[in-house]
Design a protein around this ligand. Structure first.
Ligand code: CA
Length: 225
């Protein structure tokens, strides 16, 4: 059963949504202002955050940005004002995973929640994930090879993390482009290949014969470790 954090200041909507989500089998905690919401969102354990944009204390954009900067990768679904296209784009750029414009039809919101939870199902990175001589310290976002820190760009790290969390699973270039690059993506899967080449040079003993970041011909990539 998934645990959802609802950050929404409008009392009526907060109550209605909480009741409905509980009726759908979710556990729900709700916060009525941005500061309390951020504080709760930081404490791990939520499977999804439903985040209103206009909030007292701290707005939804600031909350989302702060969480991502702090490395909290809980899926965020933003509740944006109707027609505020800029709001939606801003939210996604700040690290939100999806948005639903207000006023929304509850079945649509429920479908988005379900889709997001399904997408987010992944192997949690423990504090130290190891493969070969590589250690990923997920809390500090540091990768080490033996005792040496490996300097990765933000995208290289996100790409590595995404694949490691789906160990053994084939991930297509299109999925990587959508999930790792999101809306900043130039619509070109070559970007993924270029970053994969860089990542292999840093991660693999023999980048031309990768054993962890494996190409699955005609499909995409897979992490083995
Ligand atoms: Ca509001």
């Amino acid at each position: 059963m998934a645990l959802i954090l609802l950050i929404e200041d409008e009392p009526g909507l907060r109550l209605t949504l909480t009741d409905r989500l509980i009726a759908e089998g979710y556990s729900v905690e709700s916060r009525a202002d941005g500061l309390a919401g951020l504080e709760s969102a930081r404490t791990a354990g939520f499977d999804l955050i439903l985040l209103d944009v206009m909030l007292p204390g701290k707005d939804g954009f600031a909350i989302c940005r702060t969480l991502r900067e702090e490395g909290v990768d809980t899926p965020v679904l933003m509740l944006t004002a109707r027609g505020q296209v800029d709001d939606r784009v801003a939210g996604l750029k700040l690290g939100a995973d999806d948005y639903v414009p207000k006023p929304f039809h509850t079945p649509e919101l429920l479908a988005r929640i379900e889709a997001l939870l399904r997408r987010a199902k992944k192997e949690p990175l423990t504090e130290n994930t190891r493969f070969g001589d590589i250690t990923i310290d997920a809390k500090a976002a540091i990768v080490r090879r033996g005792d040496q820190e490996v300097v990765l760009s933000a995208k290289e790290y996100q790409l590595l993390r995404y694949l490691v969390q789906r160990r053994g699973e084939v991930v297509t270039r299109e999925t990587l482009l959508r999930e790792v690059w999101g809306y900043q993506a130039t619509p070109n899967t070559r970007t993924v290949d270029v970053h994969m080449t860089w990542l292999r040079q840093k991660m693999e003993n023999d980048p031309s014969e990768p054993v962890h970041l494996v190409t699955v011909r005609g499909l995409g990539y897979r992490f083995d470790g």
